[in-house]
Write a protein that binds this ligand. Sequence first.
Ligand code: GDP
Ligand code: MG
Length: 163
Amino acid sequence: PLPQVVIIGRPNVGKSTLFNRLVGKKLALVDDQPGVTRDRRFGEAGLLGLEFQAVDTAGWEDEEPDSLPGRMRAQTEVSLKGADAALFVIDARAGLTPLDEEIGRWLREQEVPVVLIANKAEGNAGESGILECYSLGLGQPVPVSAEHGEGIADLYEALVPLI
Ligand code: GDP
Ligand code: MG
């Protein structure tokens, strides 16, 4: 079976855009399990020849913007179970929010290896956001632009030793 890589982050940071970039035109399967897992999408991803199953997460959109409520954490826990790595996406233009910090704190306690991704960094945008997210304690952020396809080689370099 392919290694599984789950894409995590607060709403609107670009998780689904990254998922679509990684999965491309390949068919994304919609999980039909009830409850929290219903908000996940699976797709066969190719990243410069590295193949894995990508998992897009959602369903946090209805929650309070600055809290990590039970349902959100529950979904993250479900998604992380069986995952070989997590891509934790933040919005480099928006900078870190309290919710990013809360998810980051929680992720640090988990056993799954994490690649920190500073998205929306096309054309050297979001430099202060990129610097800010070192404070998450999740290592060096990888600046990417999921929308414009920038930073893909760096993402490959960060992910390939983990899966
Ligand atoms: P999600 O809620 O985390 O799944 O985020 P989406 O993938 O739905 O994207 C949220 C918004 O961010 C959309 O308007 C995207 O077009 C935009 N977006 C995603 N990736 C990028 C990027 O690399 N650069 C910029 N400037 N916008 C992006
Ligand atoms: Mg989404």
